[in-house]
Write a protein that binds this ligand. Structure first.
Ligand SMILES: [Cu+2]
Length: 153
């Protein structure tokens, strides 16, 4: 009995230590407060695959984007662009009091095994799954293939 208590205390102690290491400074225990903005999908040139972009703004503690799903696609993967080549990532960190940006030429979502070819003007429902904040659903409007969010067209 005494031994069991000892093990429990040890495990709890480790858990606290790990929690203390996550994130920066004193805000590591704060709850994340996420806002998704600027979501869009450039109209794809064919029905095989599509890309998606958005920005996560966080005014709370750190979180992690762990996966993305959509009724449009059998498969949605997270990609980063490094040195001009894209790489699949398992997850993306959402920094405390910071932003996570998915933008043309950088991070992007890759939709594959599409149920249909998305048309301009369509709104694609996309579920962003976060480790702490849970699932956030965004309507991702389909924009022209050459859409530039900086100019709005
Ligand atoms: Cu990619």
């Amino acid at each position: 009995m005494k031994r069991r208590l000892g093990v429990t205390a040890l495990v709890m102690g480790t858990g606290l230590m790990l929690a203390g290491c996550g994130g920066s400074g004193g805000s590591s225990s704060a709850r994340p407060a996420l806002k998704i903005s600027g979501a869009y999908m450039p109209a794809p040139v064919n029905g095989d695959m599509a890309a998606g972009f958005f920005t996560v703004t966080n005014s709370g503690g750190a979180d992690t984007l762990t996966s993305v799903t959509s009724s449009l696609a059998g498969d949605v993967t997270l990609h980063a662009t490094k040195g001009g080549a894209m790489e699949e990532e398992k997850s993306f960190a959402v920094p405390a009091d910071g932003t996570l940006d998915f933008a043309s030429g950088g991070n992007h979502l890759m939709f594959e095994k599409l149920t249909h070819r998305p048309e301009q003007g369509e709104k694609v429902p996309v579920q962003l799954h976060f480790a702490k904040s849970g699932t956030v659903t965004v309507e991702m409007p389909v924009k022209p293939a050459t859409y530039d969010p900086k100019t709005g067209h």
